[in-house]
Design a protein around this ligand. Structure first.
Ligand SMILES: *Cc1c(COP(=O)(O)O)cnc(C)c1O
Length: 377
């Protein structure tokens, strides 16, 4: 039995009748970008997240750039960001003319090591960008305290964090603004690219709405207040997301079930570490298994073995951001961020999506057992 790293076809086929009805309507209306369906999605996501403003854009990489500029981050500013993340966390900062200042991660959660943040603050620091990675949020209580002490913005890369909450607030609402990605493999995926900015701040929201359409005020075309972007969401993607939002809690519950199954079946392999969900303060951590990440010293051999046996995996993230060629001018060395570098050597994402069957999890775990048994011979 082969198990692909990602598949959404079963749930998509179930949801298709609801989607198809909406697509017919969109084609009849002829409003294909930033139209009424996009607005309907924005209102639904405001309701879901509790955010005062949800602003739909083309993808979450754009959302990060637009959020940074809308919040006033620009040339000469520094933004503190973990070095273990998807590239866009740092590229967005560089794109707006600011400098990413990297921190190592807490190796147990893969989120920014809050102990390091204050050491990185300078006169030029304008914002902290925590990243909520794989299953859980960064330590927002501490990050907010640091930001308050130093008068910094908190701009969350909550691209992976739909339905993650901290102290009852949705990710992206703990600081000044946040983003969500609807890339197909994400917890709430479109069938193509789509993204979102969320904020309770009226000024950031106004600026974000302006920047997403070439710096124009809505309804006032051809007058450009700022040099913005072309980053509209397609109504077709919005229609898909509206339908899929209805199934989200059920799909997240399925992910949690699959994660528990993995945890149980992999528990007795001494060479692997299964994900740890950290309780923050006295609240129960609220995990959403976007990625099920395993750590092992034999990562590369395990990946090769699983590939050979028809099991898809994805290495998140093989090269930490401070070691990327495009950031070499920032002067970081290999060895500067030992926890991120260790995770980059040891971590691998296993298949994790609502369509997975129990038998597929069995198969993945069985192959992992066989791999390590082979090593013991
Ligand atoms: C997916 C992701 C992004 C980028 O999202 P896109 O919609 O693909 O542009 C940014 N940051 C993190 C942490 C992500 O996982």
């Amino acid at each position: 039995m082969s198990v692909s790293f990602f598949s959404g076809s079963t749930s998509f086929k179930q949801q298709w009748p609801f989607i198809s009805e909406r697509l017919d309507q969109i084609i009849d209306d002829g409003k294909f970008t930033n139209g009424p369906t996009v607005q309907e999605l924005e209102r639904k996501l405001e309701n879901f997240t509790g955010a005062k403003h949800c602003i739909a854009v083309g993808n979450a990489t754009d959302a990060l750039m637009i959020m940074l500029r809308a919040a006033g981050v620009g040339i000469g500013d520094e933004v503190i960001v973990p070095c273990y993340s998807f590239f866009a966390s740092a590229s967005s900062i560089a794109h707006v003319g600011a400098t990413p200042v990297f921190c190592d991660i807490d190796p147990s959660t893969y989120t920014i090591d809050v102990e390091q943040i204050e050491h990185q603050i300078t006169q030029r620091t304008k914002a902290i960008m925590p990243v909520h990675l794989f299953t859980q949020m960064a330590d927002m209580t501490v990050i907010r305290q640091i930001a308050e002490r130093h008068n910094l913005l908190v701009l969350e890369d909550s691209a992976e964090a739909i339905s993650m909450f901290h102290e009852g607030k949705h990710a992206g609402r703990l600081g000044n603004a946040g983003v969500i990605s609807f890339f197909p493999t994400k917890t709430l995926g479109a069938i193509g690219d789509a993204g979102l900015i969320l904020t309770d701040d009226d000024t950031i929201a106004d600026q974000a709405r302006l920047l997403r359409i070439h710096g124009q005020n809505e309804g006032v075309p051809y007058i450009h207040q700022r040099v913005g972007y072309n980053s509209r969401m397609d109504d077709i993607q919005a229609a898909i997301l509206i339908v899929r939002l209805e199934f989200l809690q059920q799909e997240i519950a399925r992910r949690a079930y699959l994660a528990a199954l993995y945890n149980r079946k992999l528990a007795n392999i001494s060479q692997v570490h299964t994900p740890l969900i950290k309780k923050r303060g006295d609240e129960t951590a609220n995990a959403v298994y976007y990625v099920y990440l395993l750590e092992t010293e034999q990562r590369d051999d395990l990946v090769a073995y699983l590939t050979q046996h028809g099991i898809g995996t994805e290495v998140y993230y093989p090269f930490p951001l401070h070691t990327q060629p495009c950031f070499s001018h920032l002067g970081y060395q290999e060895g500067d961020m030992p926890h991120a570098e260790q995770a980059a050597r040891r971590a691998v994402g296993l298949p994790m999506y609502p369509d997975m069957t129990d038998e597929q999890v069995d198969e993945v775990c069985e192959q992992i057992h066989l791999f390590f048994a082979k090593g013991d011979e």
